[in-house]
Design a protein around this ligand. Structure first.
Ligand SMILES: [Zn+2]
Length: 279
């Protein structure tokens, strides 16, 4: 958490900053263990000060603010980070502020309860390197079905675990992986190299569908309430979850079996063994 839909919602929530000019970047007063900011905040501030914001992109699960000189200011929320333009959920976990002028929005904030997220500024060259390093695969909303099948069918891992590997496809995390595999009717422990072309087509189609519908609903705010959009409002896709965090409940798809929870690589997976047969 946050995954592609939540980060895309944050991106869309700050689009009004396109065309703004940066006045300053600063760490906000915070008594918690400081988050990682690279380069050091004084150097970062020096480089962004006076820069015009060209556009706001997304790279996997990161929000990318592109400056006129093509430097990229990157917000990576990781577990509990939020990119906000409204007042944050709490002042004590506020970590970073970008002050702007010539814009209807006067500031962008980075808030992070657990503090595992980070803010970084990369030059165009460093950013291109990051894109081509092989650590980040194509975006889940951009990858073609044929490339998707080719990438995954070479792997021997369990499909649920493989979907979380950002070097294969970027953007899918633990929550949406369970939802996607449920709707595709694929068992989460099925080995990648054992799945058919038709199954890969189904997983790809459902992946795009789930992520797009989740974006329409502005992401999923779970029971801990942490995730919020840029205006500090909750998302709505949690009401559409079919299996995630529903262990023991009746499966809404077959209405016969109940949802099971298993652990794969220390992460919870939810599925229905009637709808998602292993074979
Ligand atoms: Zn079922």
């Amino acid at each position: 958490m946050p995954e592609l839909p939540e980060v895309e919602t944050m991106r869309r929530g700050i689009l009004e900053i396109e065309g703004a000019v940066v006045v300053a970047a600063e760490r906000t007063a915070c008594s918690k263990r400081p988050i990682a900011i690279t380069p050091r905040i004084d150097r970062l501030n020096k480089r962004v000060k006076g820069q015009k914001i060209l556009r706001v992109d997304r790279l996997g699960k990161r929000v990318v603010v592109v400056m006129e000189n093509l430097d990229r200011l990157i917000f990576e929320p990781r577990m509990t980070g939020l990119v906000l333009i409204a007042d944050p959920p709490s002042v004590e976990h506020l970590r970073f502020r970008l002050t702007l002028k010539k814009s209807p929005v006067k500031q962008v904030l980075f808030w992070d309860r657990r503090g595992l997220g980070n803010v970084s500024l990369l030059s165009d060259e460093q950013y291109q390197e990051k894109l081509t390093s092989g650590k980040l695969g194509p975006d889940a909303l951009a990858i073609a079905p044929s490339e998707f099948a080719e990438t995954f069918s070479k792997r021997q891992r369990e499909i649920k675990v493989a979907l979380l590997d950002q070097s294969a496809v970027a953007g899918v995390g633990n929550l949406y992986a369970s939802e996607i595999l449920h709707l595709a009717g694929v068992h989460p422990q099925a080995r990648c190299n054992r799945l058919s072309k038709i199954q890969y087509q189904r997983i790809h189609d459902r992946m795009v569908e789930v992520l797009e519908i989740a974006i329409e609903h502005e992401g999923s705010t779970l029971s801990d309430g942490t995730y919020r959009n840029a205006l500090n409002d909750p998302g709505g896709y949690q009401n559409q979850h079919r299996v995630y965090d529903r262990a023991g409940e009746k499966c809404p798809t077959c209405k016969k079996d109940s949802i099971q929870r298993i652990v794969q690589c220390q992460r919870s997976t939810f599925f229905c063994k009637k709808c998602q047969k292993k074979r």
